[in-house]
Structure formats: structure tokens, C-alpha cells
Design a binder for this molecule. Structure first.
Ligand SMILES: *[C@@H]1O[C@H](CO)[C@@H](O)[C@H](O)[C@H]1NC(C)=O
Ligand SMILES: *[C@@H]1O[C@H](CO)[C@@H](O)[C@H](O)[C@H]1NC(C)=O
Ligand SMILES: *[C@@H]1O[C@H](CO)[C@@H](O)[C@H](O)[C@H]1NC(C)=O
Ligand SMILES: *[C@@H]1O[C@H](CO)[C@@H](O)[C@H](O)[C@H]1NC(C)=O
Length: 383
């Protein structure tokens, strides 16, 4: 999807969103099941079930404080990215893979684990980069879970093929962790740039594997503008104002992400040529997130746009040693005024905004239709 299309979709979305978001009744998509591989943006409760000797912050309040009021294993004050996406698709009944109820029928199973990278643990070890002790299940391991789940849940090849054909699979975003771990542990932009082809290749390898299993619809959304995240801004802070863009984000880091996303888009184009009958989309999460940050920066609480709601210390209200969930980390009073929840993940409110920007256009391109209460609005009858 190019920039022009994004802008058109975005304008459409504002129209549609303003007129009818309260009145959506049904969404019908040409797929019935969702599977997601990723990190804390989409983890709906896996990371707290990964065995670990270190306590997991998301297992405690204030995680989940805004909704439902207790911790659910999501790394947010409420719901996260994929909860909203699934609802937009009309497929809201999700389960984290590590905590499924065998007697339930789910619309989607989530394999995402917070803090997980694309590349395998050995890659980081060999470069002296540490990965958090809790969670961190690399993409390849998430795919192994998926294969195990698939072969045990559906006994016949026909059932499996049928299920795959009726599914929509999400690969990421996740690669922000590969880059974030390296940058915050002293690796230079130039060095991390050399990881980019490896990250892209690993993602494409997984996409190809899923296509061989019968997947017909895939999205690889790319990565958000990491240079705006409080944990990056805090660790890589600079005295040189020229290192920052007009929003206060670190230019070098966002440039790295843009070039990484370009690399991914080129690889997706090649994959589309290789598999012309399969839908393989890029997700533009970068543009969606930047739009939300820009709106907030120029809004009434602009100074909060790059601060963590839950946390303490410095310009960005972030300190890795007094992370959200620890007794020394206070929580802001109005999380809805913030984009960032704990400095690494978004607030419930920000997730919901980002998702609206990303999923509305996806509904159109994926052939989903919706019926809207026509007494309220006729604007979106063409959607
Ligand atoms: C699993 O789902 C069944 C059917 O919805 C329900 O009765 C049961 O309480 C659930 N078990 C757990 C442990 O949540
Ligand atoms: C920024 O400037 C202050 C005061 O001149 C200095 O103490 C600090 O080390 C500098 N920080 C960086 C990251 O250069
Ligand atoms: C549309 O919404 C109005 C007001 O909320 C409600 O009274 C009406 O029954 C709805 N119509 C349909 C077809 O659902
Ligand atoms: C809504 O749109 C349909 C088709 O576009 C049209 O036939 C109908 O008259 C419209 N209804 C209202 C209330 O504008």
C-alpha cells in the first residue's frame, strides 16, 4: 500500500468513523478465524504463562486497571491492539494459546508473547545482547506452537486445509524488540542496520511456511516508530536538538525503522510475485502510530504525548529500574490522555485509535462488508 492510498483511506476513515462508529452492527469477512504471532502489542495473556523465575510485570495491577479492572496478562491498562482488531473483524472471541479452554470455540488464537523478538535467542547471545528473563518466545518458536496446536486440534488434512483457507494470519509487529534490545544495550544504528535483512528474511521464511501449510491471507504490518517510544528516548537521549524531529522523536531510530519497513515491503512484493493467488499485505502500522502521536502532540495535552502513563523519572516518565508494576512506579490519573502506558506499550485508548486507523482500510481491501444502522447514517453503506 503506498502513501497516497494510505491518505485516502485515512480520510475515508475519518468520515466513516465520525458518522457511524457507534452504530456498527455486523461485519462479515471472507474468513472466520484469526491467528496472531507477535509481541506485547497483541499478547492477550501468554507472557504471564511462560515459566520464569522473574516476576512478570503484566501479572499485577496497574496492568488491566482501566479495563476490566484487574490484570489479564495484557501489557496495557486495558485491551490491546488485537482485541480491537478482532472486534473490527466481527471475530472478538480470542484466546491466548497458553491459556485456552479446550471446550470453547474461539474466533482466534493468539501466539504472541510480550517482549518477543523475530530472531532466535542465539543471535542475541552471540552479540552479547540480553533478552528479558520472562517471556521472549521468538517467532520461530511461536510457529512451532501453532503447528502443534493445529495438528492436535484438527485431525484430518482436509480439516486443516479448510481451517487455513478460512483464516487470516498476522505476522507482527514484533521486530521492534530485535531492534530495541540492541539499541538500548549500546549497539550502534549502523550495526543494527545490518540485522535488518536477517529480520526480514526470517519473517518471510515464516510467511512462506504458513503459505505451504495452506494460508491464503497474511498480513505483515511492519513496525511502529520506535524513535518515539519513551524507553528508547530515555536510553538514547541526546543533547543535540538536531537529533530530534518536530514531534520530539529520535530521527536516527525512526529512519532505521523506515528503512527496515521498506526492506520488508520489498520482500512482501517479491512474495506476492511468488504466490500470486495468496493475499499478502503490508500493514503500515508506522504511519498509523505516527498519526496518533502527531494528533496528541498538537492537542491540549501535547506534553504527555511521549511520556509513559505508568512509570517515573526524567522527561519521558520512564526508568527501566522502576518499571510499571513496581511499587516505586506511580500511575497517571487519566491514561486516556497518554499514548504510552509503560514506556514500551500503548494505552488502551491509543491502541483503540491506532487500530481504527489500520483496520478500517483493511476491512475494505480484505473484502469485508458491514451493515450499519441505516436510520443513523447512510455514509458507510458503500463499505
Ligand atoms: C471452559 O468452558 C466451558 C464452556 O464454556 C465452561 O463451562 C468452563 O467453566 C470453562 N472452564 C474454565 C476453566 O474456564
Ligand atoms: C548532556 O549535557 C550535560 C551537561 O552539559 C552532560 O552532563 C551530559 O553528560 C550530556 N549528556 C549526553 C548524553 O551527552
Ligand atoms: C437503529 O438505532 C435506533 C436508535 O438507536 C434504534 O431505535 C433502531 O431500532 C435501530 N434500527 C435497527 C434496524 O437496528
Ligand atoms: C441510503 O443509500 C441507499 C443506496 O445508496 C439509498 O437507496 C437510500 O435511499 C439511502 N437512504 C437514506 C436514508 O439516505
Amino acid at each position: 500500500m503506498d502513501k497516497g492510498q494510505n491518505i485516502i483511506f485515512f480520510c475515508l476513515l475519518i468520515l466513516v468513523g465520525a458518522a457511524s462508529s457507534q452504530h456498527i452492527q455486523h461485519v462479515n469477512c471472507p474468513f472466520q478465524y484469526l491467528y496472531h504471532f507477535g509481541d506485547g502489542f497483541t499478547d492477550v495473556g501468554n507472557s504471564i504463562h511462560v515459566p520464569s523465575r522473574t516476576p512478570n510485570p503484566a501479572a499485577r495491577l496497574p496492568y488491566g486497571r482501566s479495563s476490566p479492572g484487574w490484570p489479564t496478562g495484557r501489557w496495557s491498562d486495558g485491551l490491546n491492539d488485537f482485541d480491537f482488531a478482532a472486534t473490527d473483524f466481527g471475530l472478538p472471541h480470542l484466546a491466548p494459546y497458553l491459556n485456552m479452554n479446550a471446550s470453547e470455540n474461539y474466533d482466534g488464537v493468539i501466539f504472541s508473547v510480550a517482549r518477543s523478538p523475530v530472531l532466535d535467542i542465539n543471535f542475541f547471545k552471540s552479540r552479547g545482547i540480553k533478552i528479558p528473563p520472562y517471556a521472549a518466545v521468538p517467532l520461530s518458536a511461536q510457529i512451532r506452537w501453532f503447528k502443534n496446536y493445529f495438528s492436535s486440534a484438527f485431525s484430518s488434512p482436509k480439516e486443516r486445509a479448510n481451517r487455513m483457507e478460512n483464516s487470516f494470519l498476522f505476522l507482527g509487529d514484533i521486530e521492534g524488540n530485535d531492534i530495541g534490545y540492541a539499541l538500548t544495550q549500546g549497539k550502534s544504528i549502523e550495526e543494527v542496520q545490518t540485522y535488518v535483512p536477517l529480520i526480514t528474511r526470517a519473517q518471510i521464511r515464516v510467511a512462506r511456511e504458513l503459505i505451504r501449510m495452506g494460508a491464503t491471507r497474511l498480513i505483515i504490518p511492519g513496525n511502529a516508530p520506535l524513535g518515539c517510544f519513551p524507553y528508547i528516548l530515555t536510553t538514547l537521549r541526546s543533547n543535540n536538538s538536531r537529533d530530534y524531529d518536530e514531534l520530539g522523536c529520535l530521527k536516527s531510530v525512526n529512519d532505521l525503522i523506515v528503512s527496515k519497513n521498506d526492506d520488508l515491503q520489498q520482500a512482501i512484493r517479491n512474495l506476492n510475485l511468488e504466490f500470486p493467488n495468496i493475499i499478502i499485505n503490508y500493514g503500515a502500522i508506522y504511519d498509523g502510530t505516527l498519526e496518533v502521536i502527531r494528533d496528541a502532540s498538537y492537542g491540549p495535552n501535547g506534553e504527555l504525548a511521549l511520556q509513559a502513563c505508568c512509570g517515573t523519572g526524567g522527561k519521558y516518565n520512564y526508568d527501566g529500574k522502576r518499571f510499571c508494576g513496581s511499587p516505586q512506579a506511580p500511575v497517571c490519573r487519566y491514561p486516556n490522555q497518554y499514548i504510552f502506558w509503560d514506556g514500551i506499550h500503548f494505552t488502551h485508548h491509543a491502541y483503540s485509535r491506532i487500530e481504527t486507523i489500520l483496520i478500517e482500510p483493511a476491512l475494505r481491501t480484505l473484502g469485508c462488508t458491514r451493515s450499519v444502522n441505516s436510520t443513523t447514517s447512510n455514509l458507510s453503506s458503500s463499505l
